[in-house]
Design a protein around this ligand. Structure first.
Ligand code: NAD
Ligand code: FES
Length: 284
């Protein structure tokens, strides 16, 4: 089904955009932790995007997208009022939300955005919700205001120390766990960050959920493109996930599979840039 972009904003210059998209049916059904697959036009590829907010009253969903390759850069040239040809979802299993006590959410870079609806849901279920969110530097932090509005506490880190605690999210997470422990940790961000979040929580024996953004094609469990190894078993991130117990994930396989099509992705992006260089948006 096609979907109109209602609002578009550049939220992290130069390349991370916020899109509010009209999706009345998806917004009624979607739950935190789920995702959609979009195809921009007839010749477009399908890409999965995590839900950064769900608003059933308005009939909209929000997506945070970094213009990093062909399709995401093409999306960055679109404006409010433009139509996305196909919007498919909600896909994947919702994040398991229950009252567990203290939940620590860990967000890396713009990966913190999908944690926003998850934080709201954990809070509404009666948990104490603490977020540790990090970026390379202060200008790259997103969704800090939004997370502050729904969490009991937000700890900010930057790799270069330009804001909050200096260092990666894992250092602040370790401090948080040493001081006050946690009943559950959930991480969304770069795969390498999620791997090290799991290493950090292991000695504390805290259950750690990760949201895996693998390569996906159909998004419904048919092609096997998104396969991951979890606890020695093959799982499909799109249908069995995207959330998994991070202590059971085969991170080496996951990181290797993420790089499988780098050469083709680069080639396709370069060809697109040659054809459309004039159209690349500076944001609105
Ligand atoms: P980034 O590469 O700048 O990393 C952000 C932060 O993650 C760093 O500041 C650091 O605190 C932490 N980090 C990175 N590597 C680490 C390591 N080895 N050990 C410990 N901590 C580490 O992030 P970015 O450029 O903003 O990109 C965001 C990432 O989030 C992308 O990789 C994107 O694919 C991912 N993402 C995932 C989902 C999902 O899983 N559903 C959704 C949106 C974005
Ligand atoms: Fe095809 Fe998951 S994307 S099986």
């Amino acid at each position: 089904m096609s979907a109109k972009i209602i609002e578009k904003k550049l939220i992290r210059p130069p390349d991370v955009f916020y899109y509010k998209v009209s999706a009345p049916l998806i917004s009624k059904k979607a739950r935190p932790g789920q995702f959609v697959i979009i195809r921009l036009n007839e010749k477009g590829e399908r890409i999965p995007l995590s839900l950064a907010d769900i608003n059933p009253e308005e009939g909209t969903i929000s997506l945070i997208v970094m213009a990093i390759g062909k399709t995401t850069s093409e999306m960055a040239t679109m404006k409010a009022g433009d139509e996305i040809l196909d919007l498919c979802g909600p896909l994947g299993q919702p994040t398991h939300i229950e009252k567990t006590g203290k939940v620590v959410l860990v967000g890396g870079g713009f990966g913190v955005a999908p944690l926003y609806p998850i934080a709201k849901a954990f809070k509404a279920a009666g948990n104490e919700v603490v977020t540790v969110m990090g970026a390379r530097s202060r200008d790259l932090l997103v969704y800090e205001k939004e997370m502050n509005a729904v969490c009991d506490r937000v700890v900010v880190t930057t790799d270069d120390g330009s804001r909050g605690i200096k260092g990666p999210v894992t250092a602040a997470l370790e401090q948080e766990l040493s001081k006050g422990g946690a009943d559950l940790v959930m991480a969304v961000g770069p795969a390498i960050m999620m791997k090290f979040v799991c290493r950090t929580t292991e000695p504390f024996k805290v259950k750690t959920i990760v949201s895996l953004n693998t390569i996906m094609i159909d998004g419904t469990g048919m092609c096997g493109g998104c396969r991951v190894r979890v606890g020695g078993e093959t799982k499909f991130a799109c249908a069995d996930g995207p959330d998994f117990d991070g202590h059971l994930v085969d991170w080496d396989m996951l990181l290797g599979r993420q790089k499988m099509y780098v050469a083709q992705e680069k080639e396709s992006f370069e060809a697109w840039k040659k054809r459309h260089a004039h159209a690349v948006s500076e944001g609105e």
